[in-house]
Design a protein around this ligand. Structure first.
Ligand code: PLP
Length: 232
């Protein structure tokens, strides 16, 4: 008894409460269930409970799951850092990619996106808390990268994505989400058609929704704690 269906209902209730508090409509927030490190059986359980969008961070781990569930109508979001030697698999197997942070990666994804699939939906990852170690482009670089992506034929620019600052900083998570939202509004005002703010995880989804997140990426609150550390 893993309780995934029950966890999903709890997460949906949290989303509904956060939307009410923020005076937003419930359908303005989409839930991505981040299934990294969990098995295809766990994903099936979430599907049985009505979930259709899933996120994965490691290509090698994701591909067998995507393949085994290929007969179902699901959306797969690649939410991990995009390495250039993984772009071909990402372009061929995912519907969305959230971690694009440089033009070269965007170019490869566009070149490698198969012609029979709809354009790959792209979010630009922003290093909003300015840590040296983190992936993501700087807020200053973001507009140029968004412009470049908007010209690529096999990509569709959708919005911005950020990860939370590490818990050892004492910044209010909401302040970082607010900066991401301001950057989104700034880029939007320059004429780029963004409609997606990908922000918020299990511990900070309420703050993200309060600051306008439209896609939230939830792992442990649905599937449980991850004990295996996967990498590639
Ligand atoms: C793992 C992961 C998540 C989910 O994190 P939880 O804290 O388990 O909800 C969300 N986004 C990204 C990019 C991740 O790698």
């Amino acid at each position: 008894m893993t309780g995934i269906a029950e966890n999903l209902r709890r997460v949906q209730a949290r989303i509904a409460e956060a939307c009410t508090a923020a005076q937003r409509s419930l359908d303005s927030v989409q839930l991505i269930a981040v299934s990294k490190s969990f098995m295809v059986e766990d994903v099936r359980e979430a599907i049985a409970a009505g979930q259709r969008s899933f996120g994965e961070s490691y290509v090698q781990e994701a591909l067998p799951k995507i393949e085994q569930l290929a007969d179902l109508d699901l959306d797969w979001h690649f939410v991990g850092p995009v390495q250039s030697n993984k772009t071909r698999d990402i372009a061929a197997h995912f519907d969305w990619v959230h971690g694009v942070d440089r033009a070269r990666i965007a170019q490869r994804l566009s070149e490698q996106r198969p012609a029979n699939l709809r354009p790959l939906q792209v979010c630009v990852q922003i290093n909003i808390s300015g840590e040296a170690s983190k992936s993501g482009c700087t807020p200053e670089e973001a507009i140029e990268l968004c412009r470049a992506i908007a010209t690529l034929p096999r990509l569709r620019l959708r919005g911005l994505m950020s990860l939370p600052a590490p818990s050892n900083t004492d910044e209010n998570p909401r302040a970082a989400f607010a900066r991401l939202r301001e950057l989104f509004e700034h880029i939007h005002a320059q004429g780029l058609a963004l409609d997606t703010l990908s922000a918020g995880m299990s511990d900070d989804m309420e703050a993200a929704i309060a600051e306008g997140a439209t896609l939230i990426r939830i792992g442990s609150a649905i599937f449980g704690e991850r004990n295996r550390q996967t990498s590639e």
